[in-house]
Every structure is written in C-alpha cells, then in structure tokens.
Design a protein. Structure first.
Length: 256
C-alpha cells in the first residue's frame, strides 16, 4: 500500500510542472532519493534554493522501490540510490543519461537498540544475537531487495549467524521503517545505517559492523535519461561538489 502511495505521489508531484513552465519559471527538478537521505537531502535542497534556484522536490523510499518506479516510467529527473546494484540495473536498461553517474557518499552499518536498553552485544563472529533476541525479532530492511537489508544479510552471513536468525527477522520496506520499529520499542534490536541512528535520539548504537563484513555502502547519483529539466543537472553538480558534500558530512555521511 505504501509503495503504491509513493508511486502516486511521485506522479502527483509532477502535475504542477506544466503550470510552472507555462509561467516561464524554472521548473523544480524531481529527485527520487533513498530513504536514509531524508534529513541530508532536504538540507541540500534548501542550500540549493538559497542560491536562487527552485527548491528540488524530493520523494523518499527504498532504492529498490524507486528504481522500479523509474522502470515503470515515473517522470523524475534524478535518482540517488543507497547501493550501486540498483543504479547498475537502471544503467543496463539505458535509463540513465550517459556520463552523469557519480558515486559520492559512504555510510556504515550498525546494530541499534532503544535508547533505554541495557543490552550489550559486541558485533563479532558468531555473536549470540539469536539468543539475545529470545522470542523477539530483529528489525531489518527487506534483504530481498532493499540495500540496507542486503548489506545486513551480507554482514550477518560473514559473521556466521545468518542461518540462526532467518526465523527471527522483522523485515521492513525501507531502512527508516526499520529504524522506527526499534525507536518505538516494537523490536529490541535492529540493523540500520550509522546516519539513521544519528538522526533518531530514541535509539542508540550498540555495535558497528566491520566494513569487511559487507560490500562498501556506496551512494551513486545520476540524471535520468527521460529528464528534460535543465535545473536537474545543476542540482546534480551541486550534490557532488565540495559544498554539497559538506552538507552530507554534517549528517554523518562519508564522502568520496
């Protein structure tokens, strides 16, 4: 239901575009961005608007859901994914403008608990995570396609505990939904990005997954082939500029 609503909103946000064009005003680009970028991308959009540009409109969801919207013909201008895999898919389908793809952000993967939790569970090989959960479940983004879930599955497999957890998962549609499960106390533990944990004071980090336990967490941005908006390329260039990257670093992202 939420995915259908997200797709509806994406198309609905474009309805105002013809009126802006008719009035001779620059058209605000539509950006489809990974859910983990909510605070940082909004801050970047605000910074771009302060330069005299129309503020980009942003639709947030899992990278997998957004990529499927693009494949279905969503009239967007820019895509920012939380992994390279979904950008690879769009590139192989010729849905990206050539030479506009740039990987510019990095992130970490962490184990979180509610702020008041007394649990201590160092992240290491064969850690007793299943035992610590008891009859509860581990909040995790859907590992079948959502980047945060894919990274989490890789890490848990590398640590030798994935099989013991397969029946103890609470899969969510994106990393922010995963964060909410822990923040609201619906799950005692969850796996999210370090930036997500930083954004929510209701959770705390109890462990950091080694970077060697999963593929590098990389965020690429690209202009979509169907985009006709000249403002979109300007915003893309701003995002990958030193000034744009500085915005993301304020929210805990690493930059390339």
């Amino acid at each position: 239901m939420r995915k259908a609503l997200a797709l509806f909103l994406t198309f609905a946000m474009m309805l105002a575009a013809p009126m802006a064009m008719a009035a001779g005003k620059p058209q605000a680009p539509l950006v489809l961005a990974a859910a983990s970028l909510q605070e940082s991308m909004n801050a970047a959009a605000d910074a771009w608007a302060k330069k005299g540009h129309p503020r980009p409109r942003i639709s947030f969801a899992s990278s997998s859901a957004l990529a499927r919207q693009i494949e279905a013909g969503a009239p967007a201008d820019l895509f920012v994914s939380a992994n390279e895999r979904w950008m690879d898919k769009l590139q192989s389908d010729h849905l990206l403008k050539p030479r506009t793809r740039v990987s510019f952000l990095r992130n970490t993967l962490v184990l979180i608990a509610p702020r008041g939790s007394k649990m201590k569970l160092p992240v290491r090989a064969n850690m007793p995570l299943a035992k610590a959960l008891g009859s509860n479940r581990l909040a995790i983004a859907d590992p079948s396609g959502v980047p945060a879930g894919i990274y989490a599955k890789q890490a848990l497999t590398k640590l030798g505990i994935w099989n013991s957890l397969r029946d103890k998962l609470a899969p969510a549609e994106n990393v922010r939904a995963t964060l909410a499960l822990v923040s609201r106390g619906a799950a005692p533990l969850g796996i999210v990005y370090g930036t997500d944990a930083q954004a929510d004071p209701s959770v705390k980090v109890i462990g950091l997954f080694p970077q060697t336990s999963h593929t590098p967490i990389s965020y690429p941005v690209a202009l979509l082939a169907a985009s006709k908006n000249p403002e979109a390329e300007g915003f893309r260039r701003f995002l990958i500029s030193s000034q744009g990257k500085a915005v993301f670093r304020r929210f805990g992202f690493g930059t390339k």
